[in-house]
Design a protein around this ligand. Structure first.
Ligand SMILES: Nc1nc2c(ncn2[C@@H]2O[C@H](COP(=O)(O)OP(=O)(O)OP(=O)(O)O)[C@@H](O)[C@H]2O)c(=O)[nH]1
Ligand SMILES: [Mg+2]
Length: 395
């Protein structure tokens, strides 16, 4: 009997010591259940000292509402180095609209040349129609524009070039959904950060866009945390981290091949506890035709929402992919309810009209557009400025 009691006592002491060790380790470093081998790390550009106490061990399924607030390490560049200060979001599209030059050459110039003819014949109207369709404006919007222009043909006949241009800009603005709400969910709401999930097929421009959005937000004076939930390749997290480093934004990353949902969860938790304005989560490119990968995306969102609601799901579409973009958008929105579209590479296509089609066919607003590979070549979408860019001649 005595022997049994002694054995139980030893067991209890060993258990207490074991638990103590585990908790102690968790306080020093942020580890996720399935990432235990390599750990999930917080990387802040050039921190002056090692990261202070990270939050205790956590699992995506076990939210700890009373976790102590995290002090994010101060973002300070090394002496002699300075973080970049990107320009604010306001007025960016006006500054970048000449990047739509390629679209402009086929759409704007083409239309203005025809509309300036003295008397418009049926052939001329057909040319107008073809020009709009060639720019990917889509049948519905093309029909609407042509019908409206036809009713104004008397005005057209006597209009000056400037008046013609204005008329065309007005008509194009009309089909660009000027009434749609394009507010980005990147602000704090009910004491929590805006949480943005960025999704899309391979190579659409997701990571670049997350980096550019971080710059836009920093330029607007907001605080940001990045989540590298593309754990498919280590290079993906490096790529994102580099974007963050340039503007002094922290990146949360996991080990290569780890669970993307865990990294996303950890990034959002860091953002919640650090009381930042927005957490931006980059995800791996995935084919919309692979249902397993689409399910994984659904899981990322569900897991993040155990921590804080996702306020924005941005689907990044490559503008040069045409109709396929609309198909992609349908599948992605079934998996994660897309709330906004980012149309990238509009600088490299003559099909700027794709904006119209994507919005009309999906009912989802285009919120941002990518107009180049430069770090600040991303602009909030504004229908009027965009129409001016398409028609050209404003700069
Ligand atoms: N010209 C132009 N290139 C862009 C734009 N946006 C992104 N790119 C380029 O597109 C390429 C792919 O960009 P990424 O951001 O790596 O794409 P991704 O969707 O993250 O790719 P995966 O993670 O591999 O799926 C890069 O070379 C970018 O510079 C844009 O608006 N214009
Ligand atoms: Mg990427």
């Amino acid at each position: 009997m005595e022997f049994v009691l002694i054995a139980i006592a030893i067991l209890v002491v060993a258990l207490i010591a074991g638990v103590g060790l585990l908790v102690g380790r968790g306080r020093r470093t942020t580890r996720l259940d399935d990432d235990a081998a390599a750990g999930t790390t917080l990387t802040r550009p050039r921190p002056p000292q090692p990261s202070p106490a990270a939050p205790p061990v956590d699992q995506p399924d076990a939210v700890q509402p009373e976790a102590p607030p995290v002090e994010l390490p101060p973002a300070e560049p090394e002496p002699g180095l300075v973080f970049e200060t990107p320009p604010p979001s306001a007025g960016r599209l006006v500054r970048l609209r000449s990047r739509l030059a390629r679209s402009q050459s086929s759409l704007g110039r083409g239309l203005l040349t025809v509309l300036a003819r003295e008397k418009l014949t049926e052939d001329d109207w057909e040319e107008v129609e073809e020009t709009l369709l060639a720019a990917d404006v889509g049948i519905a919007a093309t029909t609407q524009i042509v019908e409206r222009l036809r009713t104004q043909s008397m005005v057209l006949a006597t209009a000056s070039p400037a008046e013609l241009r204005e008329l065309l800009v007005r008509e194009l603005t009309g089909v660009l959904g000027p009434e749609m709400d394009r507010t980005l969910g990147t602000s704090r709401h009910e004491g929590r950060p805006g949480v943005v999930l960025v999704v899309g097929v391979n190579g659409a421009g997701k990571t670049t866009t997350v980096g550019k959005i971080a710059r836009v937000l920093v330029g607007d004076g907001k605080s940001v945390v990045l989540g590298a939930a593309d754990t498919f390749r280590a290079a993906a997290a490096d790529q994102l981290e580099t974007w963050g480093e340039r503007v002094g934004v922290l990146t949360v990353r996991g080990r290569e091949g780890g669970d993307p949902a865990s990294v996303a969860f950890e990034a959002v938790r860091t953002g919640v506890e650090g009381e930042v304005d927005a957490v931006l989560v980059d995800t791996a490119g995935r084919l919309h035709t692979k249902s397993g990968l689409m399910d994984e995306l659904g899981k990322v969102k569900r897991v993040v929402e155990k921590q804080s609601p996702v306020t924005e799901v941005l689907l990044v579409l490559d503008a040069t992919t045409g109709q396929n973009g609309v198909v992609q958008a349908r599948v992605f929105t079934e998996a994660v309810t897309v709330t906004g579209i980012v149309l990238t590479k509009l600088d490299g296509t003559a099909k700027g009209g794709i904006v119209v089609r994507v919005q009309q066919e999906l009912g989802i607003p285009v919120k941002l557009i990518g107009l180049g590979e430069g770090p600040d070549d991303l602009a909030p979408f504004e229908p009027r400025a965009f129409a001016e860019g398409l028609v050209g001649g404003a700069d």
